[in-house]
Design a protein around this ligand. Structure first.
Ligand SMILES: [Zn+2]
Length: 342
């Protein structure tokens, strides 16, 4: 670990133990020569502890995580933390300002890590984020939402390579954990290479606020901080959700192009043969059914009613024991997130 307790410098700004500082990390100038920055808040406790970064909007249009960090940064639980918390609400500032998932060079930033200081604009931004933030941390949480008109049930994706990662994934307190594969160029791959526990939280859809996604995300990051002994704060009236690691996950793709009506809700357990959706032509003729082939839980689906043949329509997670996931979904749905936010 490069980091030491005394020496934390981000964007040329030194942050001492006990200090809270906002840093604007310079990314680049725009066409009109105005500067674009990555906003960062660093909160350092006086006591030793983990260095945790929480980031959002690596995909610029995934705004639920931005709101999670905004609410977290004002939360009273952060008044006396152990260790260091680094909040980066908007990593892809270009995409965020353009309401776009991508960078101006049309790249997906989450395929450009760890980046290169001499590379493309996306590669340089990735390099900045890795060298200024990730390299200075021991743990990370990356907040995302569904892309391309799809929405996700709150879920954790992580490379479950060690016990600590499994423990904090469970601490996040959402029903489903996917033991995700490492994707080339992703932030997760950088963390995996460093043996750093990193959670990816997926919830809701892009360009829309979803209160369940936001509140469960806020609760999740606070629970992880609690599990890492960074805060003492305990949520009020919070039910413990037993998180279940999925056995597998797969997409059900559209068998035909047309207009799709989805017949099941997010978070529904489906059984073989059950009707999931109907595709028809614009006059309502030629109905084509989409039926479940296996038992599983709907963890994501398309909100766009127009599909081409082969488009991903339902994301299904499968489990060893369906009764367990049923119970944890019940606990999650019963939770009204009735706690003080700040
Ligand atoms: Zn994303």
């Amino acid at each position: 670990m490069k980091v030491t307790e005394k020496n934390l410098i981000i964007g040329g700004v030194t942050i001492e133990p006990g200090e809270v500082k906002d840093v604007a990390l310079f990314i680049a100038k725009q066409y009109d020569f105005t500067e674009i920055h990555m906003p960062v808040k660093v909160i350092r406790g006086t006591a030793e502890g983990p260095y945790l970064f929480i980031c959002a909007a690596v995909h610029g249009d995934e705004v639920n995580g931005v709101e999670v960090i905004k609410r977290l940064s004002q939360h009273k639980a952060l008044q006396n933390i152990k260790g260091t918390l680094i909040l980066v609400p908007i990593v892809n500032a270009f995409g965020f300002n353009a309401l776009s998932r991508y960078m101006p060079d049309r790249r997906d930033l989450n395929r450009c890590f760890p980046g290169n200081i001499h590379g493309s604009l996306s590669s340089r931004l990735a390099h900045l984020f890795v060298t200024e933030i990730v390299d200075k941390c021991t743990h990370g949480i990356d907040l995302h939402s569904g892309s391309h008109h799809r929405t996700n049930l709150p879920q954790i994706r992580a490379c479950l390579f060690n016990k600590e990662t499994i423990d904090i994934a469970r601490a996040f307190n959402v029903p489903v954990i996917l033991d995700a594969q490492v994707i080339e160029g992703s932030l997760r791959k950088v963390a995996f290479g460093k043996k750093m526990p990193l959670l990816v939280y997926e919830a809701g859809e892009s360009l829309r606020y979803d209160e369940v996604a936001i509140q469960s995300g806020l609760h999740g990051v606070l629970s992880v901080m609690h599990a890492l002994s960074m805060i003492e704060h305990k949520e009020k009236k919070q039910k413990k959700v037993r998180s279940i690691v999925a056995k597998g996950n797969f997409w059900i793709r559209s068998p035909h192009s047309g207009i799709v009506i989805v017949k099941k809700k997010l978070g529904t357990i489906v059984h073989p043969g059950e009707l999931l959706g109907i595709i028809s032509d614009p006059l309502g003729n030629n109905n084509i059914e989409i039926r479940a082939e296996k038992e599983g839980l709907i963890i994501g689906y398309t909100l766009l009613p127009l599909v081409n043949r082969g488009d991903a329509v339902f994301h299904i997670a499968t489990f060893e024991r369906t009764q367990l996931i049923e119970k944890s979904l019940e606990a999650f749905n019963d939770d009204k997130f009735d706690y003080e936010e700040r």
